[in-house]
Design a protein around this ligand. Structure first.
Ligand SMILES: C[S@@+](CC[C@H](N)C(=O)[O-])C[C@H]1O[C@@H](n2cnc3c(N)ncnc32)[C@H](O)[C@@H]1O
Length: 348
């Protein structure tokens, strides 16, 4: 597990019983230093940065300051039911205000639970399994702790055996024994954690995400930045790139695709899933941008720099070719993109 330093206020809140949210100024500074700091493969234009920054700031603001559960976990009594309640057979937590709302129900169940001390809260919430595998009962709702759905490697469409074959092939094609694996939008690193468990001596895990959570699974490197702005040091260094349920949140998917091309090592492979969604929600000329990027990728394929497969399922067009000729905010079909890098782009 990794305690995320950017969420120090939550840990302090658990200790003191008072949650002090990060201010907008602090969040903006954090974003400037991390998401938009350091040298990028390609620096964003002013206009693109404005569009890309907006959802990131909103997301960070929610996770670092507005998320009510964090405040409540710090400031309220929390009852813990290690073996679950009702049909939830996973650990369950009930907040104090829930006791009052649904008094009878929780009084009845309370004998099976325990009220947590501050120390116990810190110990339990330092465990990423608790964030991913527990249910939190609030006043009017119950649900998981984390803001995003966190999928396992199978949720990305790979089982261990299949992924093992890919690793073997990429090792042969890159001539490397230790592969750098990058998950673009890896959230708390569930899939990367599994990859490391399955192939501990063969992989270095790299998580690129805009997220901050109080605690995450372990990975070797964390890049807190948008897919649209990869750090320069990734150029030519990533041997296997995966991405699941993340492109759909990116205003500049074309820029992320180009960054993946640049970051792949020769012999490296990328498996990128662009889910169905309102992909032009933020960017006016989204279809043109995607088409231009796709044309570039086709050109790279025709000139022997990459191998490229783009599947669209049962839809005629896919996310890279779709042109709705309508206002913004229409639905785009998905795309499953596979890239193999055959030659360095420096030879272009
Ligand atoms: C729904 S989660 C998916 C997590 C994981 N890949 C999975 O399939 O369970 C969406 C992920 O996309 C990331 N994300 C959203 N906007 C992004 C952006 N502009 N650049 C990179 N990642 C982004 C979020 O940080 C989060 O990690």
């Amino acid at each position: 597990m990794v305690i995320q330093p950017s969420m120090d206020h939550f840990w302090k809140g658990l200790k003191t019983g008072k949650f002090i949210p990060k201010t907008d100024k602090e969040i903006k500074q954090f974003m400037q230093e991390n998401h938009f700091g350091g040298e990028a493969i390609t620096e964003l234009s002013k206009e693109d940065r404005k569009v890309i920054e907006k959802p990131i700031f909103e997301h960070l603001k929610f996770n670092m300051s507005e998320k009510d559960e964090l405040k409540k976990l710090c400031e309220q009594e929390v009852a813990y039911f290690p073996s679950g309640i009702d049909y939830y057979k996973c650990p369950c937590f009930i907040l104090e205000d829930c006791f009052f709302e649904e008094g009878e129900f929780f009084k009845e169940k309370n004998e099976k639970g325990e009220l947590l001390t501050k120390k116990e809260k810190i110990k339990l919430f330092s465990n990423p399994n608790i964030w991913h595998g527990s249910i939190l009962y609030e006043t009017n709702s119950r649900g998981p702790f984390t803001s995003w759905g966190m999928r396992s490697l199978e949720g990305y469409g790979f089982n261990k055996e299949h992924f093992g074959k890919i690793i073997k092939r990429v090792k042969e094609n890159t001539g490397k024994n230790l592969l750098n694996i990058l998950d673009v939008g890896g959230a708390s690193g569930v899939a990367l954690k599994e990859i490391k468990e399955y192939f501990p001596k063969e992989v270095i895990t790299n998580n690129l995400t805009i997220d901050v959570e109080p605690v995450t699974y372990e990975f070797d490197n964390l890049y807190l930045c948008p897919g649209e702005r990869f750090p320069k040091k990734l150029v030519g260094n990533m041997d296997l790139i995966i991405s699941n349920m993340a492109f759909v949140y990116m205003p500049g998917q074309n820029l992320t695709l180009e960054n993946c091309l640049q970051a792949l090592s020769v012999g490296g492979e990328a498996f990128l899933s662009v889910e169905i969604g309102k992909q032009d929600y933020f960017v006016q000329d989204f279809p043109n941008r995607m088409r231009k990027q796709y044309d570039r990728m086709i050109h790279l394929k025709e000139t022997g720099f990459i191998d490229l497969k783009v599947k669209s399922g049962s839809h005629g067009s896919h996310a890279l070719t779709h042109n709705p000729k309508k206002e913004m905010g229409t639905w785009y079909p998905p795309a499953w993109i596979e890239i193999k890098k055959l030659k360095s782009l420096e030879e272009l």
